[in-house]
Design a protein around this ligand. Structure first.
Ligand SMILES: [Zn+2]
Length: 659
């Protein structure tokens, strides 16, 4: 009889702590506000009017010291949807891919019987980056070429969905992107906030937030639970940072956070909390698990990271810890601030501060990500077009593994390069090489170990055909990181472009052998194999590439031609079938070769009379007609004769099937 006693004891102990009351399962609305500083929204602000947020805040539990896990859109949302810091979920930057093995909040709620829907407003959160798992509906349709949509558009779509929603409990995530740069609020906010358009975007977003929350409450009444969180703030020039992602000061780390509705005790919380606890709070509402829910006032040491400058440029990795009113940032050396007395973080207290054990161990133990793993965590099937879409949003994650060194610069000391780095990266991805060159030269002059800049500089010169400038840039890259596979890859691609292409072979072979999924190296090697006349290799390399990224129709057609030339009928058929319309002659010929006469007939019948390929199509069609014993085979042969050109005339004359 020991077990019941033990169970009773366990229950008594558990009951000893005051638990929030059990609830009927509410419908849950999660609203994430992109690029929204804590001091840019709410009843205390003088810069901006946010009446809707303020009204929701009145009967909400509001966290005045809420911190994001990382100041970038995709990893920050990933922390809210996994409950983990980036060190736990492995996604540190935009443009990367969440491992499919990482459980997501929507999956848990879906499994628990919730309907699940998400409406996001920027390509940075598109389905392909891995957050859509578990959602019945994941609306990431973006208008082109903007790749983002306004809070108004997103709200319109969400309200249309809510109007049709069934009474089943719903988990709804809505993401607003408006305050992200560039700041272009709609009227009347454009005029009202003409001198501070960032705040105009916040005010415009607030209007839509009001519509959304009102509609959700109308639909679910008292059984509605709401959480609103910022995904990061915006530098607006504080500490030399215009936007976000490179530093860890309050302007970008400190965000609005509130919970309201079902079972929430209204009030204001001054203890620091992490927005990753959005995950635990939603799970709590759904009756799954109350651990770490924001409905409870657990004191915690809040951690965070900003690894983009480390992963992209090799600068110092950055981690942060906050407990009470003390905030410490480790970036090489440690900075310490009293965020209550000095929210602008202008007095570094590191020399005199006596840090708590919690802060010290958090900073000491926070893991620095492996550049290998981070560089490998690219979404599958990213096309060149999508890379440009990411670039248009200002997200250009480097694919180069940085040089890691103890005396790397601190990001806070490199603020003069932030804008130049961003602009150079965008110009590079948009293939504006001549414009990128002076920026990359300047970056390298001021940041001598920036491997990414050296490789991009070499590539700019290479793409412009300026080999005499390209080689010194690649030599510089080699001197920075002699063993780097990235350097071998870029140099190999440089040679593959020019007359010295045989020198590319050993370089690219080594890269592909050591890192088999590097698309760029595989592409370079495929071209070189074609030049070497090794078409079998060229075909199988292209097949590997297209398994890793989505090919363009013209690329599939090229693969089809190569496969045809080496007589690989199956590969050729597969490629042309996927390449879309315009390849009916090729398909007809290939189906015929594969004895698939019915399909050959259908394909050849689709070749239009105006096509230059029409005589050949008629000749092949006549062959098929004979092989299928069609009653009109004689007139088919006659038609082929009448429309013959120089090539088919001879073929018809020699064709035994026609005798
Ligand atoms: Zn964001």
């Amino acid at each position: 009889m020991k077990r019941p006693l033990a169970a009773l004891f366990f229950i008594l102990v558990a009951c000893h702590k005051p638990e929030p009351p059990a609830l009927p399962r509410p419908s849950i609305l999660l609203v994430t506000l992109d690029t929204t500083r804590a001091d840019a929204i709410g009843p205390e602000q003088h810069n901006v009017e946010t009446p809707n947020f303020n009204a929701i805040a009145k009967d909400a539990r509001r966290f005045l010291q809420a911190y994001v896990a990382v100041p970038q859109t995709l990893p920050s949302h990933t922390s809210m949807l996994t409950g983990l810091y980036p060190a736990g979920h492995g996604l540190h930057e935009n443009g990367r891919y969440l491992s499919p093995s990482q459980p997501l909040l929507a999956e848990r709620l879906h499994a628990a019987g919730y309907r699940t829907a998400a409406f996001v407003s920027a390509f940075a959160l598109a389905r392909r980056f891995g957050l859509a798992r578990g959602f019945d509906l994941y609306d990431d349709a973006m208008p082109e070429p903007a790749n983002e949509r306004s809070a108004k558009e997103t709200t319109d779509r969400t309200l249309a969905y809510l109007a049709k929603a069934s009474p089943q409990p719903l988990f709804l995530w809505v993401h607003y992107y408006d305050p992200h740069f560039p700041y272009e609020p709609p009227e009347p906010y454009r005029s009202r906030y003409a001198s501070k358009p960032y705040f105009g975007e916040i005010a415009a977003m607030d209007e839509q937030l009001g519509r959304l929350v009102a509609a959700f409450r109308r639909r679910f009444g008292a059984n509605a639970a709401i959480v609103i969180a910022g995904d990061h703030g915006e530098g607006l020039g504080d500490h030399g940072e215009a936007q976000h992602g490179n530093l860890m000061y309050q302007s970008t780390m400190h965000v609005p956070l509130l919970i309201a509705g079902a079972g929430v005790t209204p009030g204001v919380v001054n203890e620091p909390v992490s927005t990753r606890r959005v995950y635990h709070t939603v799970a709590d509402w759904a009756g799954l698990d109350a651990t770490s829910s924001l409905r409870r006032a657990d004191r915690e040491v809040v951690a965070a990271e900003a690894m983009k400058p480390f992963l992209d440029y090799g600068w110092q990795p950055q981690a942060m810890a906050i407990e009470g009113t003390t905030k410490a940032i480790r970036a090489g050396r440690i900075e310490v601030y009293d965020i209550a007395a000095d929210p602008g973080e202008s007095h570094d207290l590191a020399a005199t501060a006596n840090l708590s054990r919690g802060i010290r161990t958090t900073l000491r133990d926070y893991p620095v990500p492996s550049p290998d793993a981070a560089a490998a965590a690219l979404p599958p099937n990213v096309s060149e077009e999508e890379r440009r879409m990411l670039a248009s949003l200002g997200y250009v994650a480097s694919s180069t593994k940085p040089l890691v060194r103890a005396d790397a610069p601190r990001p806070a000391d490199m603020t003069h390069l932030f804008a130049i780095e961003d602009e150079a990266a965008q110009l590079f991805v948009r293939e504006q090489y001549a414009k990128a060159i002076p920026l990359l030269e300047r970056i390298l002059a001021e940041d001598k170990f920036n491997l990414d800049a050296a490789l991009r500089l070499g590539t700019c010169y290479s793409m412009l055909g300026r080999d005499a400038n390209a080689l010194p840039a690649y030599e510089k890259a080699l001197s920075i990181a002699p063993q780097s596979l990235d350097v071998k890859q870029y140099l190999g691609l440089h040679y593959a472009r020019g007359s010295q292409w045989p020198r590319a072979v050993p370089l690219l072979e080594q890269v592909v052998a050591e890192s088999p999924d590097r698309v760029a190296a595989l592409e370079g090697l495929a071209l070189v194999r074609e030049r070497q006349g090794r078409l079998d290799d060229a075909v199988s390399l292209r097949q590997r590439i297209f398994a890793l990224r989505t090919p363009a129709p013209a690329e599939l057609a090229r693969l089809g031609e190569l496969a045809m030339r080496i007589g690989n009928t199956q590969a050729a058929i597969a490629a042309f079938e996927k390449a879309g319309p315009g390849h009916d002659l090729e398909l007809g010929v290939l189906y015929l070769a594969a004895n698939r006469y019915e399909e050959a007939r259908a394909a050849l019948d689709r070749v239009p009379p105006a096509s230059a390929a029409y005589p050949m199509a008629l000749f092949k069609r006549a062959q098929v007609s004979v092989l299928l014993h069609e009653p009109d085979q004689a007139s088919r042969i006659e038609a082929a004769r009448q429309h013959a050109d120089a090539t088919t005339r001879e073929l018809i004359a020699r064709e035994r099937l026609f005798r």
